[in-house]
Write a protein that binds this ligand. Structure first.
Ligand code: LLP
Length: 422
């Protein structure tokens, strides 16, 4: 679904979401404006959790919060029983401020500063996913300091190891993470992952509970998952045989794709769950391991299609024989994805949704860069200054990757529900 699946309607040509006409929202809050649909968020949260728990009750969804960490959004997910994956002390701070239970939080990051690891321990984060040997040493030292004496003496930090299984996936190179040439995780094809297990096994304050990996984002097929899961489970069997430690938590990460244009189809949580659960089940049985907890970390799929970015057209420049530039009042500072990943988007005119497209244009932003383009080429009804342009699938990795380039303020964000905007 491109537009927020649950509540998008067209009312005499005006696009409405969550019972709110986009024209009214623009008049009240100004543009650029990011509009999240509460019903769509709830619906998607329920869909993913049901896809996993319906097939395998011992599964757990942790939202990849880097996709968008709005407090109201993560509270909706928490109410649906979804945990949270954070990658920094800043994200952890935001989650705690939103009232998220720290025990449901997983801490990631390929280079976590000691101060942030300490914060995670002091706040009682549920699981720390270690990414390199230096981090294990640093975590051990912090844990020794906190739990070597005093009232919490003997407390052990629950730890998972991020593995790099070295499998190729079909996605943009900048969002592919489980390939051999990656900064993330302990390579499984050399001794470094085994050394990491040895370090944790020898520690007095760390408890090895899980294995983690993340192959990449916006994965358009699941073919690599069973192979990578088999590598992960085989490693759990090695850990059992060598160190007599039982791994209880297994994660294949996130990566479920969404559609950004009519030409794309979004990933199906049921199909994804089926592939993941059957791969784990058969690998556990092959290696004679007890079934564990499966933790999946979808980010983009949960939030992307739940939001729309709304802009006002400021100028329409027709360069005879070349092209027409339609400039809007946002751009690369609220959406760097076209510039960074050649991401494609579609758009509609919010007050004339569904009217006949007649003119091929380029949608440019207002930032001082030629590369500040939101859509390279799109055919839309002829536009005039003051038209409202709505871009769907705007909920993931846009605002969190935003900037204040050109000293431009950040867009407002509203949540819509039953005709109310908050
Ligand atoms: N888990 C881990 C460990 C991750 O690194 C990520 C994303 C996720 C889960 C969630 O992945 P998702 O389900 O959202 O694909 N800025 C890029 C995407 C970067 C993804 C980073 N890691 C973009 O705009 O496409």
């Amino acid at each position: 679904m491109l537009w927020p699946d649950t509540t998008s309607r067209t009312d005499s040509g005006i696009l409405t979401i969550g019972g709110c006409a986009l024209t009214d929202l623009a008049a009240t809050f100004g543009t650029p404006l990011y509009i999240f649909d509460e019903a769509t968020l709830v619906h998607r949260a329920e869909h993913v959790t049901a896809a996993f728990s319906g097939r395998y009750p011992n599964s757990h969804v942790a939202y990849g919060g880097k996709a968008y960490l709005g407090p109201a959004v993560i509270r909706i997910f928490a109410r649906a029983g979804i945990g949270l994956d954070v990658v920094s002390g800043g994200e952890l701070w935001a989650a705690l401020k939103a009232g998220i239970n720290p025990a449901t939080i997983v801490m990631h990051g390929n280079n976590k500063p000691a101060a942030e690891l300490r914060m995670a321990l002091e706040q009682g984060v549920g699981l720390i996913v270690v990414d390199n040997a230096e981090e294990i040493a640093s975590l051990e030292a912090i844990a020794a300091d906190l739990y070597g004496q005093g009232p919490l003496i003997g407390t052990k930090v629950p730890v998972a190891i991020r593995l790099n299984p070295g499998v190729d996936v079909h996605t943009h190179a900048k969002i592919s993470t489980g390939i051999v040439d990656s900064k993330f995780g302990f390579p499984l094809w050399d001794p470094s992952a085994q050394v990491a297990v040895g370090m944790i096994a020898a520690s007095n304050h760390l408890s090895l509970q899980g294995l983690h990996m993340h192959l990449g984002s916006q994965l358009d097929e699941y073919n690599s998952l069973p192979e990578a899961i088999e590598h992960q489970v085989a490693f759990a069997a090695w850990i059992r045989d060598t160190h007599h430690i039982d791994i209880t938590t297994y994660s294949p990460g996130g990566g479920l794709a969404i559609a950004y244009t009519e030409a794309e189809t979004e990933g199906d949580p049921d199909e994804w769950a089926e592939v993941i659960i059957s791969a784990y089940t058969s690998a556990w049985s092959k290696h004679n391991l007890a079934p564990g907890t499966i933790v999946v970390e979808p980010g983009r799929w949960l939030v992307g299609p739940a939001a729309v970015a709304l802009y006002t057209v400021g100028s329409v420049k027709r360069i005879e024989g070349v092209r027409t530039y339609v400039a809007v009042d946002g751009g690369m500072a609220d959406n760097i994805r076209p510039g960074m990943y050649d991401a494609r988007y579609t758009a509609t005119i919010a007050s004339r949704h569904g009217s006949e497209p007649t003119e091929e244009v380029r949608i440019a932003g207002r930032f001082c860069e030629s590369g500040d383009v939101l859509i390279q080429e799109i055919t839309l009804p002829a536009m005039v200054p003051g038209d409202l342009l709505a871009i769907p699938a705007a909920g993931a990795y846009q605002l969190p990757m935003g900037s204040n380039y050109n000293a431009m303020p950040r867009p407002a964000v509203v949540m819509v529900h039953d005709g109310q905007a908050t």
